[in-house]
Design a protein around this ligand. Structure first.
Ligand SMILES: Cc1cc2nc3c(=O)[nH]c(=O)nc-3n(C[C@H](O)[C@H](O)[C@H](O)COP(=O)(O)OP(=O)(O)OC[C@H]3O[C@@H](n4cnc5c(N)ncnc54)[C@H](O)[C@@H]3O)c2cc1C
Length: 277
């Protein structure tokens, strides 16, 4: 999902250098990446916390012991959710910035929302199909984006300009955005890694992406249910939840087996197995 206009940061910085006030232009260019920065900050710090917490668990009682490295990792990790803008504030910023760009027309979210409404009315929402070895994964990511539009649309319709006061709903919407960004990034990286090595998509990098997509889709479904239930009620809620289920439906996958494939790759590499991919 791209949240800015186009081009690389390098191209944008070069373009800005020709402007009158370089500092103002530079700030404007960097602002283009503000949403991605917030996403990376929140997702990265929470994945780190999860990872280091699991590491302490693997060490057992030694995980608490300063003679072993994970105790320090655990202690150092926690602050990342607080400084550089707490994760709660960054979650709010993600949605505020998205809405601002949607209203200004720099992000075509309104058009995408209107198209989705047409699909829902015609009964075709969630009927996406695709071909190829990544068909299921592509479909999950496309469905997840529609889920965001569905949940955000319902929240905007109910609260309009008072949505900023509904911080729990904004938090749930931000969680959906975070997951989509992570899912799409992991999928693109896996596709690139597999294509570069002319391999089929049964290896560890693909397995890692598939786990993230399966687990992410489940988390997206839960966040969307929370947001929808706060925005609509009664029969309308039941209808919206049925649409949600169709949009995020996915083939069951053996995530235990997929995780074992990733674990084998880590053991064989004796470290991070996806370097340079
Ligand atoms: C080790 C460390 C190093 C630091 N280094 C720097 C530095 O170099 N430069 C600098 O400027 N600052 C620095 N800080 C400060 C840091 O940026 C602040 O701690 C951080 O911005 C949070 O502000 P606060 O501590 O006042 O918490 P508060 O703003 O009081 O927030 C407390 C809690 O309430 C939540 N919260 C607040 N408002 C809302 C809301 N509207 N909705 C939902 N939840 C909300 C927050 O997310 C947080 O969990 C550092 C802090 C630490 C711990």
């Amino acid at each position: 999902m791209i949240y800015r206009t186009a081009g690389t940061i390098d191209q944008a910085m070069k373009a800005s250098a020709t402007g009158g006030n370089k500092a103002t232009h530079t700030m404007k260019v960097l602002e283009e990446y503000a949403i991605e920065c917030s996403i990376a900050k929140v997702f990265g710090s929470e994945v780190l916390d999860y990872t280091v917490d699991e590491a302490v668990q693997i060490y057992g009682g030694y995980g608490f012991h300063e003679d072993y490295p994970v105790a320090r990792g655990y202690r150092d990790s926690r602050v990342n959710r607080i400084f550089e803008g707490t994760n709660e504030i960054n979650r709010m910023l993600i949605i505020q910035m998205l809405m601002k760009r949607a209203l200004a027309g720099t992000l075509p979210l309104m058009a995408a929302g209107a198209k989705l409404q047409e699909e829902i009315l015609s009964g075709s929402a969630g009927d996406d199909s695709a071909d190829g070895q990544w068909a299921e994964e592509d479909r999950i990511v496309r469905g997840a984006k529609k889920v965001f539009l569905l949940a955000a649309g319902a929240a905007i319709q109910k609260y309009r300009d008072r949505l900023t006061d509904q911080q729990e709903i904004i938090g749930a919407l931000a969680d959906i955005v975070l997951e989509i960004y992570a899912m799409e990034s992991a999928l693109l990286r896996a596709q690139k890694g597999v294509a570069a090595r002319s391999k089929d998509s049964s290896g560890a990098i693909a397995a890692a992406a598939r786990v993230l997509l399966q687990d992410g889709a489940a988390r997206i479904e839960a966040s969307a249910r929370t947001a929808l239930a706060a925005a609509v009620e009664g029969d309308m809620l039941r209808t919206q939840l049925a649409v949600l289920r169709r949009m995020i439906k996915r083939e069951p996958a053996d995530t235990i087996g997929l995780r074992r494939t990733v674990a084998d790759a880590v053991i064989n590499a004796n470290g991070y197995p996806f370097e340079g991919r």
